[in-house]
Design a protein around this ligand. Structure first.
Ligand code: FAD
Length: 415
């Protein structure tokens, strides 16, 4: 098969320019291979220089530099849904995790509390020393150590490597899953509160109750094409963890609301850096405020912070071409940020792309209280994709999966 670009560009998966243009280019490069090639090859981890069998779109989708809907539309236009079903389902795993966590925000709050508790309670003792050894890639388990270093050095791991890594972390090294999830959140360019936390919970049998994932030497050898031929010391079985199932009681996701008509101030967060493709009903954007520093419960590695800052700059440049109005930057970690936002509102209501459950929302909520106390409303814009899929995400993935064709049709995405 002829691909649109030369392999060297496709292999450059260790370099991550944080622009929408780069995300669109990666999508265009990958689209030919999103059908049967992806279905057959996606589980192989050939190493950081050879990512041609997966899309490496996750940092772009995570910050919505490109959207799930755009990705699905392009892939389905090229292959039809049937031939690209596997790829579309993977994109929908992301949507499923987002929708599932949205209806169970307590899971995120508990995870953040657990991380703080584990780090503080064990600051002096053996556990944190073992965690440091694991994160430094010094356990003596060659594949695990290589992935720990790859994550820190590149900001990315292949999906299968994430699964093996998490399994070894939990079942072989017997470390708390929350600290592994925290290590991922710190270093992954695509670190996402829903996909990450819930994938780690899934690994230890907390999502599909009792169903765990065990990393096996033969499987690692096969799917790394012999890069790690023999892994010793792996746990022979993976016993499911248990926790307080009450946290899982789902609250219905709030319905989408119509925006006010008239002038508004647009707030842009790292959760959706594509303001120019939002729909605002009858609202008119009079000014834009780019928010940074909304990070409650996570600490990002410098590489991740740089990616987010560059992506924000890119969003600002695109937004400036679209909206022709004043732009302000606001660092929300500044203690006067809420007051400044009140000034910037100039009496107008705010609109903002929906901020899903996670560190950004947790950091924004206290500011929201201040704004509301000043009589300033913030109206959240939910994208059609989320609005259509999230109602199907409250139970298992297979419920949502069965709805993919009909929801895509409703969204006008069909081959
Ligand atoms: C323990 C663990 C932690 C993870 N943490 C994250 C995370 O923080 N952020 C994140 O985006 N993904 C996470 N994933 C899911 C998955 O590993 C990555 O989305 C995928 O590896 C990204 O590479 P890609 O863009 O080449 O994916 P592709 O295989 O090309 O898939 C296309 C897109 O679909 C989505 N996707 C694919 N697989 C999954 C999946 N299993 N779950 C959710 N979405 C998926 C991603 O947006 C991805 O960009 C995690 C998986 C595990 C097992």
């Amino acid at each position: 098969m002829q691909y649109k670009t030369d392999p060297p560009r496709l292999q450059a998966a260790t370099d991550w320019p944080a622009t929408r243009e780069e995300g669109l280019q990666r999508l265009s490069d990958f689209v030919d291979r999103a059908g049967s090639h992806y279905a057959a090859e996606r589980n192989y981890d050939f190493g950081p220089e050879q990512r041609t069998n997966v899309s490496v779109l996750s940092p772009y989708i995570r910050h919505r530099l490109i959207s799930e809907a755009e990705v699905a539309a392009e892939v389905i236009a090229a292959h039809g849904l049937s031939a690209s079903e596997k790829f579309i389902q993977e994109v929908c795993w992301r949507t499923y995790w987002k929708g599932w966590l949205e209806s169970r925000p307590a899971i995120w709050d508990r995870y953040v509390q657990d991380v703080v508790h584990l780090k503080n309670a064990d600051a002096q003792n053996d556990l944190m020393q073992q965690v440091r050894v694991a994160c430094a890639g010094e356990t003596g388990i060659a594949c695990f150590d290589a992935w720990a270093r790859e994550l820190v050095e590149t900001g990315y791991l292949h999906n299968h490597a994430r699964m093996w890594f998490a399994s070894i972390w939990i079942f072989t090294l017997k470390l708390p899953w929350q600290l592994g999830a925290d290590f991922f959140m710190t270093h992954l360019l695509d670190g996402d509160p829903a996909s990450n936390t819930l994938s780690w919970r899934w690994m230890c049998g907390l999502h599909t109750r009792g169903k765990t994932y065990l990393a096996r030497s033969s499987n690692i050898s096969e799917f790394t094409r012999g890069r790690f031929p023999q892994t010793e010391r792996l746990a022979p079985f993976a016993e499911a963890l248990t926790d307080d199932g009450q946290l899982e009681n789902a609250q219905p996701v709030k319905p989408r609301k119509k925006l006010p008509s008239g002038d508004v101030v647009l707030l842009v967060t790292d959760e959706d850096l594509n303001p120019e493709t939002l729909t605002f009903d009858d609202a008119r954007v009079r000014s834009v405020v780019m928010l940074s520093g909304l990070e409650h419960g996570v600490t990002y590695a410098p590489r991740v912070t740089r990616f987010k800052s560059a992506a924000r700059l890119d969003a600002r440049a695109r937004g400036a071409r679209q909206f022709w109005c004043t732009f302000e930057n606001l660092d929300c970690s500044d203690r006067h940020a809420a007051e400044r936002l009140v000034q910037l509102a100039n009496g107008l209501p705010f609109v903002c792309a929906e901020i899903p459950v996670g560190p950004t929302r947790a950091a924004f909520e206290p500011m929201l209280d201040v704004l509301n106390a000043q009589g300033l409303a913030v109206h959240f814009v939910r994208r059609d994709w989320d609005d259509a899929f999230w109602p199907h995400a409250s139970n298992g993935f297979f419920q949502l999966k069965s709805k993919i064709p009909s929801v895509l049709q409703r969204l006008g995405i069909s081959g």
